[in-house]
Ligand binder design. Structure first.
Ligand code: URA
Length: 255
């Protein structure tokens, strides 16, 4: 049997098996969340087989939707103990918003309030970010996606350390890959360096379009910095206007 047909048959059998499990009210079999996502979602797309012998006709491949993929990613992170931040956290803060978002905000790491709530940007700097999104951009938090470089609160709001960032960044990269937004907005130096490299500097590079994995990236100030430096709001508004233009939103008066 050729490889394409063999794969097709495995997929058909797996989907049948999953259906039978659902029908009799059992949990899915113990296979990894990624594999399960591949077989169990309903969205499908048609691709041309690349193998020369499979050149005729098309193969239907089941593609997990973004929401399912994010859910599976969260499951894969689990009760994470990959770095020392787990010892002092109350909640792991995965991220929230629309899996279909065209704009993703990336912060540094949860603060105290976020650690308590299990949600990103809900404290004082979060309220400012929410105002930027709602009053400045005319969007809601649920129109965008908000997440952080590290998913657990660094004690005393210190910067995440190298080993902590290294342990956690694969999950941020995966979130961005799944969502595939048009624009990423990094908030502050730590988020900028995490996605653009250690050489990234806020001074001189803030407000300048960059690219991360083919996605337009706008580095701007962290809202916590704006709370301490009122005058920097003007710069952030310039950056936000650039983002709005890029995603086709109408820019109104100063927000
Ligand atoms: N600061 C961040 O960088 N992220 C949050 O979620 C909250 C505050």
């Amino acid at each position: 049997m050729d490889t394409q047909r063999e794969l097709r048959e495995i997929v058909t059998q797996m989907r049948g098996l999953l259906r039978s499990y659902q029908e009799i009210g059992l949990d899915p079999p113990p296979i990894s969340a990624d594999v399960l996502g591949f077989f169990s979602t309903t969205e499908s797309k048609t691709v041309r087989p690349s193998a020369p012998h499979g050149g005729e006709g098309k193969v239907r491949v089941v593609v997990p939707d973004r929401s399912t993929s994010l859910m599976h990613l969260r499951e894969r992170i689990g009760d994470c103990q990959r770095c020392k931040l787990h010892k002092s956290r109350t909640h792991l803060v995965f991220g929230e918003g629309s899996p279909e978002a065209r704009l993703v905000f990336v912060g540094e790491g949860p603060g105290y309030d976020e650690d308590m709530a299990g949600r990103p940007f809900v404290g004082e700097s979060g309220k400012l970010l929410t105002r930027i999104i709602e009053n400045g951009m005319g969007l809601t938090r649920s129109n965008v996606y908000i997440c952080n470089v590290v998913k657990c609160h660094p004690p005393k709001n210190r910067d995440p350390e190298k080993d902590e960032m290294e342990a956690c960044i694969p999950f941020l990269r995966e979130q961005l890959r799944i969502i595939g937004p048009d624009v990423i907005c990094t908030l502050g130096r730590v988020a900028g360096q995490a996605l653009l490299g250690k050489g990234f500097r806020m001074t001189g590079e803030r407000g300048q379009w960059r690219t991360y994995q083919g996605i337009a990236l706008m580095p701007t100030f962290h809202p916590a910095y704006l709370l301490r430096n009122e005058s920097a709001k003007r710069e952030v508004w310039k950056d936000i206007k650039q983002i709005m233009q890029r995603i086709g939103l109408e820019v109104k008066a100063h927000g």
